[in-house]
Write a protein that binds this ligand. Structure first.
Ligand code: ADP
Ligand code: MG
Length: 315
């Protein structure tokens, strides 16, 4: 299949929205952002063997390529609107592209984001997505808004994707694998947190690392109770205690939201949690100083055990 057949196949299935003046098919898309709102733009690339394991199904690659970008929009508190898709493909079979679009467009449909353009080339398998969305002016969730006295919260559970990676060789079809291949971007949570959170980041590189971005951009320190990090039953059943904690604190690819909020927002955060049916857990607090300071249940400084940490670092 040639490049133009492939683009025609994509075009036939791309969603539509009223604010798309001109979508796929011209030299560029023509879009009409709503007056008075700010445009939020993010891009992420997935390379085979780096961001997803060799042998990942085309549908899972499609899902994840969009999910990681929706997660960035979620972390900004933005409402998804449009995306573009740049594909580098070793060979362009119809089965591959149809499978890819199944995953990509299922997730796109769930969030009302439409595919408006992209680029298609031949080369090593690589998928690059740009996602765009809107926020009300001044309402975006940023990394630099954390204040001393804020609580630190996280959505969902941590360490599942890293757990799946740790089990990749011994048990590639483990139940945790779904969290690695099909992360759930917390778009609705991000929207609800708009008036509540002071700072927010999505957990893509590992909780401690990503919370570190909030701390440094905000000029504060973050204290984290590692014993409070939320854990799925699947992770609890899969790995030993020490490894689990290391993966929860340091493992990447969770795509949960980590945010800070004033102490008086507690009840409203609980209300968002029940409304969305999504666990939201207080895991720490913001103090004066710098850096991220994990402590164990006894209040003693916690550092990652070498073995678990090394395992993650090389995966
Ligand atoms: P040009 O050469 O002018 O950049 P292309 O032939 O690359 O145009 O693309 C033609 C149209 O198809 C454009 O609207 C472009 O955005 C769209 N397009 C190309 N590849 C993709 C893709 N992978 N996903 C979505 N749209 C695509
Ligand atoms: Mg052109």
């Amino acid at each position: 299949m040639g490049e133009f057949d492939l683009i025609a196949r994509i075009r036939a299935r791309a969603g539509s929205r009223d604010d798309i003046v001109l979508g796929i098919g011209d030299d560029a898309a023509l879009l009409a952002p709503p007056p008075g709102r700010q445009l939020v733009v993010t891009a992420d690339t997935l390379n085979e063997g780096v961001h997803f394991p060799h042998g990942t199904s085309p549908a899972d690659i499609g899902w994840k390529a969009l999910a990681v970008n929706l997660s960035d929009l979620a972390a900004m508190g933005a409402e998804p609107a449009w995306c573009t898709l740049s594909l580098s493909l070793p060979q362009s079979g119809t089965a591959w592209i149809d499978g890819f679009l199944d995953g990509f467009l299922t997730l796109a449909g769930e969030h009302g984001i439409a595919l408006v353009g992209g680029d298609t080339t031949r080369g090593p398998l690589s998928v690059s997505v740009t996602a765009m969305g809107f926020v009300d002016a001044g309402r975006a969730l940023r990394r630099d808004g954390a204040r001393i006295g804020d609580d630190v919260w996280v959505t969902g559970t941590l360490g599942d994707a890293a757990g799946a990676l740790a089990l990749l060789e011994t048990d590639p079809a483990h139940a945790l694998r779904a969290r690695l291949d099909r992360p759930t971007p917390r778009v609705r949570a991000g929207l609800e947190l708009g008036g509540l959170a002071n700072a927010c980041v999505d957990v893509s590189d590992g909780l401690l690392a990503d919370l570190g971005h909030i701390a440094s951009r905000s000029g504060v320190a973050a204290q984290v109770d590692v014993g409070a990090l939320p854990m799925s039953d699947a992770l609890r059943g899969a790995l030993d205690d020490t490894t689990r904690t290391a993966l929860q604190a340091g493992g990447g690819d969770d795509y949960e939201l980590c945010f800070t909020a004033p102490a008086d927002a507690h009840a409203r955060i609980d209300a968002v949690s029940s409304q969305l049916g999504l666990r939201i857990t207080r895991i720490g607090w913001i103090t004066a100083g710098e850096g991220v300071h994990p402590v164990d249940a006894d209040g003693q400084p916690w550092s990652p055990p070498r073995r678990g940490y090394d395992h993650f670092a090389t995966s």
